[in-house]
Design a protein around this ligand. Structure first.
Ligand code: ADP
Ligand code: MG
Length: 662
């Protein structure tokens, strides 16, 4: 054992060295410094920010702005740690510190580089120039000429940290990172003009105009292949108290390189959780290994945000992170649904929305309902048959106004061409959509998106397959929800199914009272009077139904048209009388939001009842497979309660196990 082994002497580290190490944690490379400087210039309300660099910012990183400037008397202390003009009282700290104002940036830089500040405020007659080392002002600020604003020059970054300097050997790579940071801030702050220049080059490497827009800046910086595929939306969540402004590419666009520009409370940050979630939504649309372009700006209550988990404040955590990420994921999902054509996007920004191209094309063509489908079987069958007879009689049924043309002999229903898309502004309807978009289950949605229809078991149940799993689903519950949602999204834009001839409302209502479903008893009063008052209610509300839902009842009291909710689907008219009665009794006509909601629910209920009598079961099966299921896949945002109506029967691995045992 060597005897001269002595314990190392413990020394207190030199304060300058301690500060330098701490500063090196915060400023790890030129791009970190630039981020801090950009934020300072933006905080100082600049409208022009120009950056000049030499050797990727390692030799020189200079930023000039036209903001408020720094007061002369503050120049002595701006580079001391914990000096900031942004928090004055201790109580502010909790509020504002989370925005990233820690008064550390300039101090840190002065510990690892030669720092000079030249600045002029509006009040002072001349500007001042000051130099700093290790957090301290060197000499006195010198008066100088200059415009209002601040020029911060950082030279020889890490001159006193040779190892760090060594590690950053590639100026080209550092320049790329600087340019990336500047680009992101430029997209986020389109009202500010940014310029990035390599010293000695005539052309700027990057430039955005003042008073531009986000999508325009994306075009300038990232190219039109991205900007023309952008989908813009905002979302506000009152439960988890956040707002999001987003620009995301549609599924037509994809790139090998993943780009996510994320700002939280105006600061450029990263969130792996959010990025992973958004990527997973796109993964079902994009080829393997391809990614979207995403810009997101979130605003959260500052006290919910913890940026200080990382010294450079890059990676953030926030309160309710899982929930917020889930909501954002849903939003992206919703916006992408049905947006897989740019043409559709230009036609209608609101998605999933009014009929898309396929649907309106289908709607242009006349749909026919053949009279035999109008026959029904329940208690009031005979009366109804008699009553609906005109519709069923091919010769007398059509009174074609354009008599020149050959009459369409069997045409009793006709779908009018879709009207021009009208924008919905009623907050009650927008709220209904919001609710649907906030509440649906992404898990169910992804099952639905990938299902293969196997077959109908009976009028309510269908078998579905997804990969190796077999599901049983209650078709009726799913289609009721589908019709409801399509009504909500096509509000004011529904095509109409014209009834030819129109059907007398009052008689339909009389018929409905005869049906078991109405459950009429003598105590309820005279049928004739009941029918008359129901007719009166519906006549009074006819303008609402016509304007918003394409259900027309003429002043004379004839039902002239019904909404065409899903192209190629026609309601089973046998249930029309009870539907009308329920519109009079079950819809809350007094309050706007309730009225639309209950109207859509009742209508959805009516539309979801397919005709399963022997002679029509075949066509109902066809409709289920070729009309309803494709529309589920395309549009349905399944609420979590639908989980009770879809069961996994078995899966291949389970079956293998069974076979193994045999
Ligand atoms: P923080 O931004 O957290 O306050 P910094 O070290 O980044 O801390 O900046 C210290 C202070 O210097 C700021 O609070 C601000 O008053 C002033 N300052 C820095 N850069 C600028 C600028 N470009 N324009 C005006 N004032 C600035
Ligand atoms: Mg700062």
């Amino acid at each position: 054992m060597p005897e001269d082994l002595e314990p190392g002497v413990i020394r207190k580290l030199d304060e300058v060295v301690v500060n330098r190490i701490a500063a090196g944690e915060i400023i790890q490379r030129p791009a970190n410094a630039l981020k801090e400087l950009l934020e300072n210039s933006l905080d100082a309300q600049s409208s022009h920010i120009q950056v000049q660099v030499k050797a990727g910012g390692l030799k020189l990183l200079q930023i000039q702005d036209n903001g408020t400037g720094i007061r002369r008397e503050d120049l002595a202390i701006v580079c001391e740690r914990f000096t900031t003009s942004k928090l004055s009282r201790f109580e502010d700290l909790a509020q504002i510190a989370t925005f990233g104002f820690r008064g550390e940036a300039l101090a840190s830089i002065s510990h690892v580089a030669h720092l000079a500040i030249q600045t002029k405020t509006a009040k002072e007659k001349c500007g001042f120039k000051a130099t700093y080392a290790d957090g301290k002002l060197q000499g006195q600020p010198k008066p100088c000429a200059g415009n209002q604003g601040t020029i911060i020059s950082i030279e020889d970054l890490f001159y006193n940290m040779p190892q760090r300097r060594q590690a950053l050997r590639s100026p080209a790579e550092e320049f790329q990172r600087l340019s990336d940071v500047l680009a992101r801030y430029a997209v986020h702050n389109p009202h500010v003009g940014f310029t990035l220049r390599k010293q000695g080059e005539a052309q700027p490497a990057l430039r955005t105009p003042v008073a531009s827009s986000r999508s325009e800046n994306i075009r300038i910086i990232y190219g039109s292949a991205i900007s023309k595929e952008l989908l813009e939306f905002s979302h506000r969540d009152d439960v988890f108290k956040f707002e999001a402004d987003c620009l995301i590419t549609q599924v037509n666009y994809s790139a090998k390189k993943s780009q996510m520009l994320l700002f939280i409370n105006q600061r450029l940050v990263e969130s792996i959780a959010l990025k992973t979630a958004i990527d997973s939504v796109y993964a079902t649309y994009l080829p393997r290994g391809h990614h979207p372009f995403i810009y997101m700006s979130l605003t959260l209550p500052p006290q919910n945000l913890d940026v200080n988990v990382h010294p450079t404040k890059h990676e953030v955590h926030f309160l309710y992170q899982d929930e917020i990420v889930e909501r954002l994921k849903q939003q992206v999902e919703v916006r992408l649904l049905g947006s897989n054509s740019t043409r559709t996007f230009y036609k209608q920004l609101r998605l999933p929305g009014a009929p898309d191209l396929d649907e309106s094309q289908a709607a242009d063509k006349t749909q026919r309902i053949y009279p035999k489908e109008l026959v029904r079987t329940d208690a009031s069958e005979q009366k109804l048959d008699k009553f609906l007879a005109p519709l069923a009689k091919s010769d007398s049924g059509v009174s074609s106004s354009s008599s020149q043309e050959a009459p369409l002999p069997e045409e009793s229903f006709r779908v009018a061409a879709a009207k021009k898309n009208r924008e919905v502004r009623l907050s009650s309807v927008l709220d209904m959509r919001d609710r649907l978009e906030q509440q649906f289950s992404t898990q169910l949605r992804s099952i639905l998106k990938n299902i293969v229809y196997v077959g109908c078991v009976d009028e309510c149940r269908s078998l579905l397959q997804q990969e190796t799993r077999l599901y049983l689903c209650n078709t009726r519950c799913f289609s009721e929800e589908l019709f409801y949602q399509r009504l909500v999204y096509q509000f004011q834009n529904l095509s109409e199914i014209t009834l030819n001839p129109p059907l007398p409302l009052k008689e339909l209502l009389m018929l409905s009272l005869d049906s078991e479903a109405a459950g009429w008893t003598p105590e309820d009063g005279d049928k004739g009077e009941l029918a008359a008052s129901a007719a009166e209610i519906l006549l009074k509300k006819a303008p609402i139904m016509r304007e918003y839902f394409g259900l027309r009842i003429s002043e004379e009291g004839n039902v002239e048209s019904l909404p065409s909710v899903v192209a190629q689907h026609r309601p089973n008219v046998a249930h029309l009388p009870v539907y009308l009665l329920r519109l009079a009794t079950e819809v809350d006509w007094e309050k706007e939001a309730r009225c639309f909601d209950t109207f859509c629910r009742e209508t959805a209920r009516f539309y979801s009842k397919l005709d399963w009598r022997e002679e029509s079961a075949g066509s109902s099966r066809w409709t289920t497979e070729h009309v309803l299921f494709p529309t589920f896949r395309k549009y349905l945002l399944p609420p979590p309660r639908l989980r009770d109506h879809i069961f996994e029967l078995t899966s291949l691995p389970t079956l293998y196990k069974v076979f193994e045992r045999c």
